[in-house]
Write a protein that binds this ligand. Structure first.
Ligand code: MN
Ligand code: MN
Length: 466
């Protein structure tokens, strides 16, 4: 062993070793900027509790920013901003770049559906003098977390005459709310023996909607009838209309600051509206990019991206074909030169539950957006696994703009895992990598993000679009 002085070791350490920085330590003054940026984000969360509401509010933001509805065959030149909505549930916004589209576009894709409780097609019943709605959960939830919290009802019902009714009950001050009950501790000795995953079972996710009967001796289901009567008075809905409806129950309440320092945000649906908001803001603020930007807010990610509003559908491909037709080029020549950020959240390291993370490869709150090379489970199965070339390109873009970023795996090897939409874009021959905000208590009715991470994810997306 050669003898080196301590100062040499320190020098070498600085040259050779590496660790990600905590932005709150490095640049505490940025919290003010983050705080300001997140006011718009909180509003975005409050206005979009479902994919439909989120798409609608996003369209409003795009229109206010001068975006025009996209039409196949329309004339497009550098700096033009267009958007299109897919069946009220997904949205594509684009800014035409200075370079020809065949030099590649910059895709940024986030999802705006979140885990929730959907009503079953025939949901209404009464039992022992209480009226209920049956649900079937959507996406990965820990069912026990959804009992004894106020819930709101959002959705779309088509009446027999074709009239569309939009429901939004339980968010406004003074609105009524809904709830799933749980046992009291005094009587839960037996339930306590259940494994946590069965604390509340799927068929126990029943929503209380009323306790007063229709005042008539002759009716068999008077409690259910009363609930139906009130719904009918207000919205014209009958029981048969539920068969055609799409009604989502979500946690009621607004996004809020968390902590004495107000450095975090607590809210429902931050997976993945946190990436949706930051992506849309970057899209809007990008005025004359080199490469054409294509920002996509998609649906159905939480249930595997199937369905024609999810990324396994060709709706984005069709949009890209329309773009290639406008410029008289082949769509495959666009794809093979493009880069895509599959923008989705990752699990932030939780000091209360350290065992499921591998600390050197976990993401941390306040360390900025997480670049996730691979997702998947059981040996990266199902993962896009971005190439070294793609990692170099994307991290190079971030470093060039002095944006904080970190890397992160989704938990320890073989601890669990998950997937994103990344592989759908690599299917089209596009270099793709996962990037997103680290989240605490992901998929819970109330998820936590750091404001600095939200701000720096926006900055990363801005850098990507430059
Ligand atoms: Mn997600
Ligand atoms: Mn998710």
């Amino acid at each position: 062993m050669p003898k080196t002085k301590v100062s040499d070791a320190k020098k070498l350490e600085k040259e050779l070793m590496f660790s990600f920085k905590n932005i709150a330590k490095e640049e505490p003054l940025k919290l003010k900027e983050a705080d300001k940026f997140c006011e718009g984000y909180k509003e975005y969360l409050d206005r979009g509790k479902t994919e439909r509401e989120c798409a609608k509010y996003t369209e409003k933001l795009l229109l206010a920013a001068g975006y025009r509805p996209f039409e196949p065959g329309m004339q497009l030149t550098s700096g033009d901003k267009v958007y299109t909505v897919n069946r009220e549930k997904a949205i594509i916004a684009a800014t035409i770049g200075k370079k020809p589209v065949t030099e590649g576009v910059r895709f940024n894709i986030a999802h705006i559906d979140s885990p929730r409780l959907d009503l079953k097609p025939n949901p209404m019943y009464e039992k022992d003098e209480i009226a209920y709605l049956k649900t079937h959960y959507y996406g990965g939830i820990r069912k026990y977390q959804w009992a004894t919290i106020p819930l709101s009802m959002h959705g779309v019902v088509f009446l027999k005459n074709g009239k569309k009714i939009e429901l939004d009950i339980g968010e406004k001050e003074g609105d009524t709310r809904f709830v799933i009950t749980d046992l009291l501790p005094h009587l839960s000795a037996k339930q306590n023996e259940r494994p946590l995953k069965d604390g509340i079972k799927g068929e126990e996710l029943n929503i209380v909607i009323g306790s007063v009967p229709y005042p008539d001796e002759d009716v068999k289901n008077a409690f259910k009838l009363m609930a139906l009567k009130l719904l009918n008075d207000e919205y014209g809905i009958t029981e048969a209309d539920f068969l055609r409806a799409e009604i989502e129950m979500v946690p009621s309440g607004k996004a809020t600051d968390i902590g004495f320092d107000r450095s975090m945000i607590g809210a429902y649906g931050q997976d993945d509206r946190v990436c949706a908001y930051t992506a849309v803001m970057a899209e809007i603020k990008t005025k004359s990019p080199e490469h054409t930007t294509v920002t996509v807010l998609t649906d159905k990610e939480e249930i595997g991206s199937k369905g024609n509003t999810g990324m396994s559908s060709r709706y984005l491909h069709h949009f890209m074909e329309d773009i290639s037709d406008i410029f008289g080029v082949k769509v495959r020549d666009i794809y093979r030169n493009s880069i895509c950020l599959s923008s989705d959240v990752n699990a932030a390291y939780d000091p209360t539950f350290p065992d499921v993370y591998e600390p050197a490869n976990a993401s941390y709150i306040n360390h900025g957006p997480v670049i996730t090379k691979y997702t998947g489970s059981r040996g990266k199965s199902g993962s896009n696994d971005a190439s070294a070339e793609t990692m170099a390109k994307v991290t190079g873009i971030m470093d060039g703009q002095k944006v904080y970023w970190q890397i992160g795996e989704l938990g320890k090897v073989d601890e669990g895992g998950g997937g994103t939409i990344a592989h759908f874009m690599s299917d089209w021959d596009v270099d793709t990598v996962d990037v997103g905000v680290p989240v605490l208590a992901m998929h819970a009715p109330f998820e936590i993000t750091s404001k600095l991470d939200v701000l720096y994810t926006y900055k990363a997306f801005k850098a990507f679009y430059k």
